[in-house]
Write a protein that binds this ligand. Structure first.
Ligand SMILES: Cc1ncc(COP(=O)(O)O)c(C=O)c1O
Length: 399
């Protein structure tokens, strides 16, 4: 299959068997086009950006900025100024949590959900500590869906911000983001959508969603680690103060005070990850060659096939049964610790993740120690599904 051939790592072996990579929720593998773009950048164009008058600096700046434009188009932001490069989802959320400090009043609510990754919990707890705000969370059903009645009850005039994940990394639940954003707007709350798991699997249109902030990581989108995006509505970004101070984010500096550039540069202090932005641009260019509807349909078909095979295995327990599922299957085998199942799969050359997936509150809510998580992406094949089913079958007889 040609897509598989685009990803050189898939040709390697793991534990002496051909690699079945089903840990895409943690990070995706990189296509040759991304590896080449980074290689060419360092061999031919490497320079600091925005600073010097020489040709290399001009080229590096142009390459990074075209990465920004590709990100803007990819999520349909209105303006490229709305795209801030960060290290990833985690840094993007921390940035927002920091710059909102002056806007949050003691006693206001910051609303999360029980599905959140620690990255979309801890920065808000730190903000709540700084401001005296309260953290609240929308409950989930036993199937792992957001309880929309609870969301409606908890969203009120006292809600300063609603931060929720578009797709759950632990269960694969696809949340009704547009509905949730509308509910939050109706009570005047700001909205941040954690798109770390959605960006690869769903078409994302921030204007249609009408969110205030949308964040994602490049490495979950076939791009390198260390680069990610914070989308913010332009008016909001202009009104918010910078987070970190340093080179490139300023207009004028004296020893006692400074004035700042406008967005996005106001939020990008110091030398940015130029090669990362180039790699992210190359990943988006690569992805754009495949119609997203086809990718989603192919992933859905694989997930269905995997679920129907896995559910025949004695002792297989599916964790989370959302109506709308992205490319994630979380499960347990009766009487076995998820880490033991993960180790047995690893011995068969099958890479999955086991543990709490940075979802401790979710695992506590579901009353499980963790899960085994198989997460799919565009290069996974029916052969991978067959290996997974056979691998879990073997683990279930062994444990
Ligand atoms: C839903 C979700 N949010 C946030 C993150 C954090 O992403 P990063 O570690 O790339 O900052 C992840 C990573 O797994 C995630 O799945």
């Amino acid at each position: 299959m040609s897509i598989r051939q685009d990803f050189p790592i898939l040709a390697r072996q793991s534990r002496g068997k051909s690699l079945v990579y089903l840990d895409n929720g943690a990070t995706t593998q990189k296509p040759q086009a991304v590896i080449d773009a980074i290689d060419t950048y360092y061999r031919m164009h490497n320079s600091n950006v925005h600073r010097a008058a020489h040709e290399l600096a001009e080229e590096a700046t142009q390459m990074m900025e075209s990465g920004r434009t590709l990100c803007q188009e990819f999520i349909n932001a209105k303006d490229r100024k709305e795209i801030i490069f960060t290290r990833g989802t985690t840094e993007a959320i921390n940035l927002v949590a920091n710059v909102l400090t002056q806007r949050i009043q003691p006693g206001q609510d910051i609303l999360l959900t029980e599905l959140e990754h620690h990255s979309n919990i801890v920065p808000w707890q730190m903000l709540a500590e700084r401001t005296g705000a309260n953290i609240k969370a929308v409950a989930i059903t036993d199937d792992g869906e957001l309880d929309l009645e609870d969301a409606a009850a908890k969203l009120c005039k006292n809600t300063a911000l609603f931060a929720f994940t578009h797709v759950s990394n632990g269960l694969g639940t696809i949340n009704p983001a547009k509905t949730l954003i509308k509910m939050a707007k109706d009570v005047g709350a700001l909205t941040l959508v954690d798109g770390a798991q959605a960006i690869l699997h769903l078409p994302v249109d921030v204007q249609d969603l009408d969110c205030d902030f949308y964040v994602f990581s490049g490495h979950k989108l076939y791009a390198p680690t260390g680069i990610g995006v914070l989308y913010g509505r332009e008016e909001l970004l202009e009104a918010l103060p910078p987070w970190q101070g340093g080179g490139e984010m300023i207009e004028q500096v004296t020893l006692t005070s400074s004035t700042y550039q406008s967005a996005p540069y106001k939020f990008e202090a110091g030398t940015p990850n130029v090669a990362g932005a180039v790699g992210l641009g190359a990943a988006i260019t690569y992805l754009k060659q495949q119609p997203i509807a086809d990718l989603v349909a192919a992933e859905d078909a694989l997930i269905k096939e995997a679920l129907s095979g896995l559910q025949q295995i004695p002792g297989f327990q599916l964790v989370g049964k959302p109506n709308k599922r992205s490319a994630v299957i979380s499960f347990l085998l009766d009487g076995s610790h998820p880490n033991d199942v993960g180790t047995l799969l690893d011995q068969q050359g099958i890479a999955v993740r086991s543990g709490h997936h940075c979802n401790m509150p979710l695992m506590t809510r579901l009353g499980v120690p963790g899960t085994v998580r198989a997460s799919f992406s565009l290069y996974n094949s029916e052969a991978d599904v067959d290996r997974l089913i056979a691998g879990v079958q073997k683990a279930s007889t062994f444990l």
